[in-house]
Design a protein around this ligand. Structure first.
Ligand SMILES: C[S@@+](CC[C@H](N)C(=O)[O-])C[C@H]1O[C@@H](n2cnc3c(N)ncnc32)[C@H](O)[C@@H]1O
Length: 397
């Protein structure tokens, strides 16, 4: 890493050797055990929100040109509506991820408000179809810029915003702007309607890993995320945890791991280049576009170039355990049905029909007298979601 925080040519070519005891990627016993979380007294409240992640619902067709492949993939995702999503095998995983994003966004809006009064402007980098619009409305921001590589998603996001505004006629809804751009290849600052705009937060949810194809791309996306942040502003997001992925890969006998909900296939095992370390991620049997491993310490170093300091990096478990102590977040957890009710309510079934998916909940009940029903995730869903981490950087003055 040079003085500006850039990764030098030779570092770009460095490979991380797993379990080599040297300066490569160390795979320690994970502090995130594989046991899913359980939460007592989980009577769900009715879910009314329709915010969601853009999960794949179709098979990947092409193999050439990565950026256009990403755009084509997300453009072809169908908007399937709340009812279909509620019937999905991974409904609680989706809701759980959404709750995590809500808690992260809420925390950093609070932090911004502790520092300043007045208008809050946000950049949603890789906004998808606008799964977080309601979170920004709830957070009472003044301005949102939504940007994504997939033009169909941006159009749907714009439509969703316009529907939201119509629905909330009597409420004060933030103003919004929509930009279709490949943030790994284009400067966003040349595209804003207000060329002087600055942001209090850049939110990059389940996106940044697409940029780690090359150092150049990762750097430009980072620049887009950070260069218009005001001093004290935040770059927050969620992304797969490179350590966790490599740990699971190394524990597997093949170059593949996963379960009936998700699977990850690496192209190479044992060598993990800092950039371009490609793997295929599939959810519910559907192959997503290839993703790239992020070795987090590299991101921390690269961010220094943009005057960004890491505030924290947390696993999903760490963040969940911290946030669930807060009553407001706990209520939201129930409202968003982010955990599955165990045992299942009368006349309904658990989302997984595999008994071992709920072994942890059964044991939790046997080992104590918790208030029932519990809130939990099936083991398969937990294994899929616990791949991710949350991060937050702050712009130094
Ligand atoms: C898993 S989706 C997440 C969407 C949204 N952030 C959410 O949490 O619901 C990943 C998004 O990243 C976008 N994306 C991937 N590569 C991108 C790039 N180079 N520039 C801008 N957006 C990109 C995709 O089009 C997709 O909408």
């Amino acid at each position: 890493m040079d003085k500006t925080g850039s990764v030098t040519e030779s570092q770009q070519q460095t490979h991380l050797e797993s379990n080599n005891g040297g300066n490569g990627l160390q795979i320690s016993e994970s502090e995130t055990s594989s046991r899913p979380p359980v939460n007592g007294g989980n009577l769900p409240l009715k879910r009314t929100r329709d915010d969601d992640l853009d999960y794949p619902t179709k098979r990947l067709r092409t193999q050439e040109g990565h950026s256009s492949k990403v755009a084509a993939h997300y453009n072809e995702l169908k908007e399937c509506g709340l009812q279909v999503r509620n019937e999905s095998r991974i409904v609680h995983l989706r809701n759980f991820n959404n709750w995590m994003k809500s808690a992260l966004i809420g925390e950093f809006l609070d932090r911004v408000r502790q520092k300043k009064k007045g208008r809050i402007a946000v950049l949603d980098l890789g906004c998808g179809k606008g799964g977080d619009l309601l979170k920004w409305k709830k957070g009472r921001i003044s301005k949102l810029v939504c940007t994504d590589i997939a033009d169909v998603s941006v159009t749907q996001c714009r439509q969703r915003y316009s529907d939201m505004k119509t629905r909330c006629r009597n409420e004060d809804v933030f103003s919004a702007e929509f930009i279709t751009a490949d943030s790994t290849k284009e400067r966003l600052s040349e595209k804003y309607s207000d060329p002087e705009i600055t942001f209090d937060i850049c939110s990059c949810q389940f996106v940044y890993h697409y940029s780690f194809e090359t150092h150049e791309q990762a750097d430009l996306m980072l620049r887009n995320a950070c260069e218009r942040l005001c001093p004290g502003g935040y770059f927050i997001g969620t992304t797969p945890d490179g350590f966790e992925l490599v740990k699971r890969l190394e524990a597997s006998e093949t170059n593949l791991f996963g379960n009936d909900v998700y699977s990850v296939k690496f192209y190479e095992k044992g060598k993990y280049p800092l950039f371009g370390c490609k793997y295929d991620f599939s959810l519910e049997g559907v192959v997503n576009v290839p993703e790239f491993l992020i070795y987090f310490p590299v991101l921390v170093e690269m961010a220094k170039k943009y005057n960004m300091k890491l505030i924290y990096k947390k696993t999903f478990r760490e963040f969940f355990e911290e946030k669930v102590k807060n009553d407001e977040q706990k209520t939201l957890l129930r409202k968003m049905q982010a955990l599955e009710q165990y045992p299942a309510p009368d006349h309904s079934k658990l989302t997984s029909d595999k008994e071992e998916d709920y072994e942890h909940a059964k044991m939790f009940i046997e080992n104590g007298q918790p208030r029932l029903p519990l809130g939990t995730l099936s083991k398969s869903e937990w294994d899929a979601t616990s791949i991710y981490l949350l991060f937050a950087f702050e712009k130094l003055p």
